[in-house]
Design a protein around this ligand. Structure first.
Ligand code: HAM
Length: 437
């Protein structure tokens, strides 16, 4: 009886990473890793499963009610698959709050799960580069985090015409909503949620949704005018003396001193979807007309560690998703041509050479090359075809003639060039050829 074959498709909104996809993913994250390490940040990781209550506390209604994968484990605990890393890193920091020297500079590359409608830039499983610093209360930490975000974009090959960081401050928007819009906490949350969606809405739909939160027409106008202020406009606005505006001005001053201000712009419509942010918030935008969208974001959260510890500790950081970053790299033609994963193929002349082939491959590996040794005897033409299909640049062969003379033959697969060298010069010959490629 025929059994029905299972589907080869991965679960909706997730991806298989074939080796060529892994190579690109590793290149992107290793570039980010190197940048973060160059600023002295250290890598950490945590578990995929956390208690549900960790997200229920502060991650925000949309993430918790609509996007979280959660269930009861066999022991009756209510657990969730991590949708983001910030609660986990805050828990880990809180657990060692008295022993880790501060500031704490950490980064990680977790895979995260959110039940979202799969679409451009959004999947159900993604990998997210997280960079966070804990224990600095001033905007100088915000400055360092923004500098790292910019440096990563530059290290991926972007330049300042390709992206812009839009910066705002939660305290400022919050105070504006209290004073000018006279909103209570739930009203503010509803308005923030709507502003956060503005990129996806037409203007009249945006206004309609704001009116559904209870705002009058005048207040909607005043809110929209406020979110459109530039720095000069903010300087003339009555909110300029509030603590959020002072922080923003101070941050922009420091960005200018560090010559980073050309990568940044004030954008008071940035709120960020997560509830825990308390100060600076920012989103990185792609400037290309084909991909005008937010690439990643972050901000300051001064009371997340306090969920786990009696000692409060401020944090600031960002999360950068692999999906939007790859879209950015494709749009700007920044996907690199990566070096071949295998550099040398050691062909097998016949069954009598099995031992020699393995020895030879071992010697080449010891010199630092990545080497495949032919496993079983098959026709040489088939072996060369395999090396060609795998894009292996150099094939090495020792037949009876070469063996008799203690020499070895090499073939460069792209040019077809061949030569025979003494065994002792093999590694130098491979190195010279690979260097020329
Ligand atoms: P977030 O804005 O929810 O922030 O996510 C950060 C970034 O992760 C997004 O801008 C996007 O690049 C990527 N991302 C999020 N959801 C998806 C998805 N479903 N598919 C593909 N990419 C996605 C946070 O998660 C904060 N915890 C970041 C943070 C770290 N804040 C401070 N430190």
């Amino acid at each position: 009886m025929k059994t029905k074959k299972l589907s080869t498709q991965p679960y909706k909104g997730t991806r298989d990473f074939y080796p060529e996809d892994m190579r690109l993913r590793n290149w992107i994250f290793n570039t980010m890793r190197t940048t973060a390490q160059s600023f002295g940040y250290e890598e950490y990781d945590g578990p995929m499963l956390e208690l549900f209550e960790m997200y229920a506390a502060k991650s925000g209604e949309e993430l918790v009610n609509e996007q979280l994968y959660h269930f009861q484990d066999r022991g009756g605990r209510h657990v969730a698959i991590r949708p983001e890393m910030t609660p986990t890193v805050s828990r880990m920091v809180a657990a060692r709050i008295n022993t880790i020297p501060r500031p704490i500079r950490w980064f990680s590359i977790p895979n995260l799960w959110r039940y979202e409608r799969p679409q451009k830039g959004r999947l159900r499983e993604h990998w997210q580069f997280n960079v966070d610093v804990f224990g600095v209360d001033s905007v100088l930490a915000d400055l360092e985090i923004i500098e790292i975000a910019i440096q990563i974009m530059l290290d991926l090959g972007g330049d300042f015409t390709d992206f812009r960081i839009h910066i705002s401050n939660r305290k400022l928007l919050n105070d504006f909503m209290t004073r000018a819009l006279e909103l209570d906490e739930s009203g503010k949350q509803a308005v923030c949620k709507t502003i956060d969606k503005k990129d996806k809405l037409q203007n009249d739909e945006f206004r309609r949704m704001l009116s559904q939160t209870g705002l009058t027409r005048d207040k909607i106008d005043s809110l929209i005018d406020f979110t459109r202020l530039d720095r000069a406009g903010l300087a003339r606005h009555e909110m300029i003396a509030t603590s959020g505006a002072v922080e923003l001005e101070s941050l922009f001053g420091k960005l200018k001193e560090s010559e980073l201000d050309r990568f940044c712009t004030l954008d008071l419509s940035i709120v960020r979807g997560l509830d825990y942010y308390t100060g600076t918030v920012f989103e990185m935008y792609d400037l290309h007309p084909d991909n005008r969208r937010a690439l990643f974001g972050g901000g300051r959260y001064d009371n997340l560690v306090a969920l786990f510890s009696n000692q409060p500790l401020s944090g600031v950081g960002f999360g950068m998703g692999d999906v939007t970053i790859q879209d950015f790299m494709i749009t700007h033609q920044l996907i690199p041509v990566l070096p071949p994963p295998v550099e040398v193929f050691v062909a097998l002349f016949d069954e009598t050479c099995l031992g020699e082939v393995r020895d030879c491959a071992r010697r080449i590996r010891r010199a630092g090359f990545r080497v495949i040794a032919q496993i079983e005897p098959v026709k040489l033409t088939k072996q060369y075809k395999f090396a060609h299909q795998k894009n292996i640049p150099v094939v090495v062969l020792q037949g009876p003639d070469e063996r008799a003379g203690n020499t070895i033959s090499l073939k460069q697969m792209i040019s077809g060039e061949q030569k025979t060298v003494p065994e002792s010069e093999l590694n130098a010959a491979i190195r010279a050829w690979l260097r020329r490629m």
